[in-house]
Design a protein around this ligand. Sequence first.
Ligand SMILES: Cc1cc2nc3c(=O)[nH]c(=O)nc-3n(C[C@H](O)[C@H](O)[C@H](O)COP(=O)(O)O)c2cc1C
Length: 324
Amino acid sequence: MALARLGQICLDCEDPASLAAFWARLLGAEAVPVNDDVVVVGNKGTPVAAVRVPGYQPPTWPDGAMPKQLHLDLSVSDLDAAEAEAIRLGARRAGEQPHPGRWRVMLDPAGHPFCLCDWSQPLPRLVRETLQVDGAGWLAIAAENEQGEAGVGTVMQMWEAIESRRNVRVFADRPIPAADLDQVLEAGRRSPSSQTWQPWDFILVTDRGQLRELAKVWRGAGHVAGSAATIVVIGPAVDNEFRRAQFDLGQATMAMTLAAAGLGIGSCHAGVADMQLARDLLGFPGDRDWAFLISLGYPAGRPLAPIRNPDRRPFGEVVHRGRW
Ligand SMILES: Cc1cc2nc3c(=O)[nH]c(=O)nc-3n(C[C@H](O)[C@H](O)[C@H](O)COP(=O)(O)O)c2cc1C
């Protein structure tokens, strides 16, 4: 029995939209943008994904300075077994493993990267329909940043984001792409609120000096200093008649932390004790005097991955059915 089937072929490039358009035409298939950095071309055989790599240099074939640049995603049913078998056959495990619960980055005997992927969960509907992949199957696409590390632009299913989100307080010294920060902010902007009041404003801070100063607004805000970016959620001085502002701002916060988790970005809340310092640093107007910080960054150590047993009250204790 075969160990794996070929899932998709990822092609590094500068401009995913135009590369995908070419392949879509060539294969008579449709190009589906996954995000700004990844466009998948579905065909009935093996899909092709065009993946943006900043500073991409085309390969010089058959010889020259630049080696060939593509990797294969192989769908397997058991990650551990497949990894062990691949190693037995001569592969190596790569040092960087952005989502080991979802896929394993391996190096073939010649050093070409390939991923062993667990696609056992349902695909996002749009991608599933376009790729015409059979009902079961999860497509995970890693764009690569300028250091060649996978994980930026990762497409994560909502449930995986919910299971993976945790408060991260130590961040890698690595910027978050502007488009991903905007996507996180957009998740906040789209949040529901009482009577669609939208009592929030968001201030995005990315300057290192400003982040270090912002970290001083509360003794529990130290993690802000080392974040790649921090979103300051600003609320009104006066609540509405239903006192829903805190609820609404909490929803916007959660939407943003989940959106961040979906992109492989860690986050951590922090309160603000010294509101005057926050006001001096950020310049928000006098009719706003509620602020909360969400620091963001790629986790310095262990990447986000589903947490099987979170430190939470038991389900049966929290959930009441019918009545208390
Ligand atoms: C309203 C609120 C305020 C919080 N304030 C802070 C804070 O000031 N500093 C901090 O490091 N974490 C803060 N946290 C993070 C909590 O400590 C964290 O959510 C909790 O420990 C659960 O962490 P986990 O999701 O990683 O299990 C806050 C969380 C919430 C929801």
